[in-house]
Design a protein around this ligand. Structure first.
Ligand code: ATP
Length: 271
């Protein structure tokens, strides 16, 4: 799969995070809110679905896809939306959100209340791997979204989602293993994990956790004719984790240059 166009879009979105330069846009905007275990991300796209603005914050207000700190989550979304509204010089009104596959109706509603509590009308609720596929455009294969708390997967056949699953085991587990191994705090482990120069060494420490993620994928796709695995989610930024996944599953694994912002972008595309 050629990721050139996708990588360019995600790179444009990434560039939006660092800047506070005002942006002008008169057309209706597409807004996506990703309430994650590790990060809350709000993405704004223009009418042509191109990145316009993006704001994010590290937060621990969601656990395994469930809202555990409603007020904290609402405050963060409100803050991020406020920053973006200031940049855009206009108010944001509607948003799409996504939840891990298999999230119950009640928990989906709670996600929605968080975003509505921050002043946005929720117009679409979708599952995370399906959101990612709005960006990837996979026709056949399995999209695996490994975030902070969970490994979610979505099997796609002829462009349609035919199976979804989500299990606890994500980047947080990698950080806990690193914290124990190096005798450092969780926060230090989170930072260490993102240090590309040390990711070779890190991979050998966290390999068993990645093998567990691969075994989750393997179990859920058993008996299906899967020709490709596509990795998204922040945890997949880890260098060479696709190689471990490929070795464990025996299926070709593909990942974009920056798998982190694929799902947030796909959420906004569905607004
Ligand atoms: P979930 O989807 O499980 O609810 P989330 O939406 O917060 O969680 P993401 O934002 O996709 O998940 O990913 C967050 C995880 O990715 C965190 O564990 C974070 O430490 C990890 N992560 C982010 N950047 C990198 C990086 N460069 N290298 C390794 N891990 C990273």
């Amino acid at each position: 799969m050629d990721f050139t166009a996708i990588d360019q879009k995600i790179s444009d979105l990434e560039n939006c995070i660092a800047t506070t330069v005002p942006v002008t846009a008169d057309e209706p905007l597409l807004v996506g809110v990703d309430l994650g275990t590790a990060y809350i991300v709000v993405v704004v796209l223009n009418g042509s679905r191109e990145p316009l603005a993006c704001a994010m914050e590290f937060a621990q207000v969601i656990k395994d896809g469930l809202v555990v700190d409603y007020i904290g989550a609402t405050q963060i979304v409100r803050r991020l939306v406020g920053q973006l509204e200031e940049r855009l010089g206009r108010s944001l009104e509607k948003a799409a959100i996504a939840v891990p596959p298999g999230t119950g109706e009640k928990d989906c509603k709670t996600h929605g209340y968080v975003v509505e509590g921050a002043g946005l009308e929720v117009v679409t609720v979708l599952d995370e791997p399906t959101a990612a596929n709005a960006v990837l455009g996979v026709r056949n294969g399995v999209i695996v979204d490994i975030g902070g708390g969970t490994t979610g997967l979505s099997v796609i056949e002829d462009g349609q989602v035919v199976y979804v699953a989500d299990e606890a085991t994500g980047g947080t587990h990698l950080s806990l293993v690193l914290a124990g191994n190096y005798r450092i705090s969780f926060e230090e482990a989170e930072e260490l994990k993102k240090n590309r120069e040390r990711q070779g060494e890190i991979l050998s420490v966290v390999r068993p956790v990645i093998q567990k993620m691969a075994s989750i994928v393997k179990r859920h796709i058993e008996g299906r004719d899967i020709s490709a695995i596509y990795l998204v989610g922040g945890t997949c930024c880890l260098k060479d984790m696709e190689k471990v996944m490929e070795k464990e599953t025996g299926i070709p694994v593909y990942k974009p240059a920056n798998p982190f912002l694929v799902t947030p972008m796909g959420i906004a595309m569905n607004c």
